[in-house]
Ligand binder design. Structure first.
Ligand SMILES: Nc1ncnc2c1ncn2[C@@H]1O[C@H](COP(=O)(O)OP(=O)(O)O)[C@@H](O)[C@H]1O
Ligand SMILES: [Mg+2]
Length: 246
């Protein structure tokens, strides 16, 4: 399998000194659907921000064999499509069309190609016909879909998506999982939602306190309740007793 992204000895601290990643090593292969899970504050979002060069730590992350740096940043951002957890961080234009067209225009596509890319992306997320609507006035679930479309319009090689189902009701969640399931290509999904992991991902990486603590097949990892509990991803024995009494 072709290695699309290579993370090598990546350590990262925020300017205030908070260490968020410690010696992370990870290879991501073409066509795989990988879940990145871990408790709050584990460093998941920080790692995602490194995958398309929003955060950079001297050559620790390579895309298709090239270390991501100043010189290839625009290319890296168009190849690795990052969908933020909060759609309001992704949507800033007066119309849905403008938001979804932003990436393709920035890539220098012609008007016709831009329109085609927007139509295709909105179709993929089930939002055809929303071009003239204001992203501001959409429901949360609709915003999540449009945020995904703003990335899909660039036809990225890799889709990286932060907590896609957080704050969605069960119907919204399963319909969004359906959208992701129908999507071909390489996917990296950050989530706490083990149902989503089971439905969409073949491989699971657990991050805790900035370190990769497990990397394996979804079946094995989800069956390992002790591992999940040790990293705050499943109730431990004490929690279970409390629940039963309540
Ligand atoms: N902008 C920031 N400035 C300082 N510390 C941050 C910033 N963003 C995140 N952190 C810290 O980095 C660590 C990892 O955070 P994050 O990557 O957001 O974790 P996760 O996405 O797994 O919840 C946490 O300790 C968090 O408080
Ligand atoms: Mg996060």
């Amino acid at each position: 399998m072709e290695e699309l992204i290579t993370v090598k000895n990546l350590s990262f601290s925020y300017p205030d000194g908070q260490q968020a990643l410690i010696d992370v090593n990870l290879a991501i292969y073409r066509g795989e659907s990988l879940a990145l899970i871990g408790p709050n504050g584990a460093g998941k979002s920080t790692l995602l921000l490194h995958l398309n060069g929003i955060l950079r730590s001297n050559g620790a992350v390579s895309l298709l064999g090239s270390p991501i740096d100043e010189s290839n940043l625009k290319w890296a951002r168009s190849r690795v499509g990052l969908v933020f957890q909060n759609p309001d961080d992704q949507l800033f234009s007066p119309t849905v069309f403008d938001d979804v067209a932003f990436g393709p225009i920035n890539m220098g596509l012609s008007d016709g190609q831009v329109r085609q890319a927007v139509t295709r992306a909105l179709g993929l997320v089930g939002m055809s016909g929303y071009e003239k609507r204001s992203p501001h006035h959409l429901s949360f679930g609709e915003k999540k879909r449009i945020a995904l479309a703003t990335v899909l319009s660039m036809s990225p090689e890799i889709l990286v998506i932060d907590e896609p189902t957080s704050n969605l009701d069960p119907r919204g969640k399963w319909s969004f999982i359906g959208v992701l399931e129908r999507m071909a290509g390489t996917k990296i999904i950050v989530t706490h939602d083990l149902e989503l992991v089971g439905a969409l991902c073949r491989r699971v990486v657990i991050l805790d306190q900035g370190r990769v603590v497990a990397d394996g097949g979804t079946g094995d990892i989800l069956a390992d309740k002790r591992l999940l509990a040790a990293h705050g991803l499943a109730p431990d024995g004490a929690d279970l007793k409390l629940k039963r009494r309540g």
